[in-house]
Structure formats: C-alpha cells, structure tokens
Design a protein around this ligand. Structure first.
Ligand SMILES: Nc1ncnc2c1ncn2[C@@H]1O[C@H](COP(=O)(O)OP(=O)(O)OP(=O)(O)O)[C@@H](O)[C@H]1O
Ligand code: SF4
Length: 261
C-alpha cells in the first residue's frame, strides 16, 4: 500500500447513482492518459466492476508476493481486484456476516501485490455499512488522499450524500470532492443538454458544505452500452463528452503530495 502514490475511495449514499461507473471510468481514463492504476471493488454483495470492464470470466491468482490483480490488457496499466474473481460460481451470492466481510477487506488492503502504481481507486457499496468502516479504517493507516462522493442531481440522492459527508467527517477521512452524475442528457444529434433529473443539486451541495465540486457527468447511452458489454469506452468513443468530464474531474483534484519512494 505504501508504494501507491494516491489512494481514493469512491462513495455514494444511494444505490444506482453511478458509483461503479465513475470508479471504472475514472480508472480507465487515468490509465488511458498513461498512469498505472489499480481498481479495488469492495462491493462484496454486488460487485459490478468485472462486468463493466469485460473481466467477468477471469480468476485471480496468488504469487509469493500476494494476490496478482487481473489486468484489463497486456499493457498492465489497469489492474483490478474484486470478490467476483474469487467466486467459483460467478452467480453464487455472497451471504456473509460483518466479521467475514471485514476480514476479506483487510486481505484486499494488505495482501494484493499492486506493484508501484500511481492511483488506487476503491469502489464501495452504497451507504455506510461494515464494508465502509473496514475499508476506511484500513485505508487510514496508509495516508489516503480521501473520498470522491457521487450523487445524482435529485434531492433524494443529495440528502443521502449528506450522510456520507458526516461519515467522512466522523472517520476523519478527507473529502476530495463531489461528482454530479447523470447530470443532463446530451442529445447525440444536436448536442442539446436536457436536464432530465433537475440539475445543479451536487454543485449546490458542494457550495453549502464547502466541498470542492469536481464536475458533472452527463447521461451517455454509449457509456451505458459499453459498461453493459465490458467494452473500453475511450477507445470506442475518443471524442465523447464523458472523456471531457473525466478530464475536468482530474484537473480539479487536489491530491496529497506523493510520499512514496
Ligand atoms: N453517466 C451515465 N450515463 C449513462 N449510464 C450511466 C451513467 N452512470 C451510470 N449509468 C448506468 O446506470 C446504472 C447504474 O450505475 P452503477 O452500477 O455505476 O451505479 P452504482 O451506484 O455503482 O450502483 P450500486 O448501488 O449497485 O453499487 C448502470 O447500468 C450504468 O451503466
Ligand atoms: S435534443 Fe434535439 S435532436 Fe435530440 S431529440 Fe431533441 S430536438 Fe431532436
């Protein structure tokens, strides 16, 4: 862990707001622009990262230095670890009580040989459950940069993000900023942006709570199709508004100075 330059946790109060989409696309984007990236999926009961990256059939292997991540391609710029890679039958549900989940998360933090990477992005389940407490406690031992909070623009999602903000404050986990996902639909024909779910909720919340607003990610049907099919979105759509949005998130990050050797 201490060889990893930046460690980021992706959180959301509500399910289905696009946390795994933001985590996987951010990881893909950072690897696309040349960084070495690890993506850890600690959503033990509903892992979706392997499917989104087309890695569903892969298994993880153990070496003398620990678990070896599954890489998205031979460049080995993006490595992934998910509970899904450890399940014999991919359709078997994970029905575990808290202590077993905690011990799995501790192993994910301590026993994966990520190598010397620039970013570790950790995707979490929605809410503030055992998984969040365990991963945050473990991560806080290794000087993380902090959390990215994902919301949609609607009030119900915003109010759940406020709980995530309290969670971060209670755990003393810094907050990097807020991302407003599904913020408008950009028509592929005329590029007109329609605010299907109201707009600016994430931005207003960021202002109210004095947290950095990282930017908006529009609804993009092509992104959804790529995630469903495990296709690399950036090679498929190199000029998309999603790519521009991710670039602006990364430009808006204020990360800790790198303390690795
Ligand atoms: N900006 C977007 N444009 C188009 N589709 C999107 C966008 N963001 C998310 N989606 C789609 O919405 C669905 C839910 O997204 P995702 O799985 O990332 O949410 P989540 O918050 O991680 O969910 P969970 O609560 O299950 O962890 C997926 O089908 C995804 O492809
Ligand atoms: S946004 Fe423009 S091109 Fe798209 S459906 Fe509406 S009018 Fe037609």
């Amino acid at each position: 862990m201490d060889k990893i330059k930046h460690k980021l946790l992706v959180l959301s109060g509500k399910g289905g707001v696009g946390k795994s989409t933001v985590s996987s696309q951010l990881a893909l984007y950072l690897s696309h622009i040349g960084y070495r990236v690890g993506l850890l999926d600690v959503d033990l009961c509903g892992p979706s990262i392997p499917k989104m990256l087309g890695l569903e059939s892969k298994d993880v292997h153990k070496s003398t230095k620990g678990w070896v991540p599954v890489y998205t391609d031979e460049s080995q710029k993006l490595g992934v670890i998910s509970i899904q890679f450890l399940l014999g039958d991919k359709d078997t549900p994970v029905i575990w009580r808290g202590p077993k989940k905690n011990s799995m998360i501790k192993q994910f933090i301590d026993d994966v040989n990520w190598g010397e990477i620039d970013f570790l992005i950790i995707d979490t389940p929605p809410g503030t459950s055992d998984e969040h407490i365990s991963v945050t406690e473990e991560l806080l031992k290794h000087n993380p940069d902090g959390a990215i909070l994902v919301t949609t623009p609607q009030a119900v999602s915003i109010s759940d993000v406020k709980k995530e903000i309290s969670f971060c404050n209670t755990m003393k986990l810094p907050i990097i900023g807020i991302v407003e996902n599904m913020s408008g639909y950009v028509c592929p024909h005329c590029s007109e942006c329609t605010n299907i779910f109201s707009s600016e909720g994430g931005k207003l919340l960021a202002e109210q709570c004095n947290i950095k607003f990282l930017g908006k990610l529009p609804i993009d049907p092509n992104l959804s199709i790529c995630s469903e099919r495990g296709i690399n979105y950036f090679t498929e759509y190199p000029n998309s508004s999603t790519l521009a949005a991710l670039k602006s998130f990364v430009d808006n990050f204020s990360l800790k100075p790198n303390t690795t050797n």
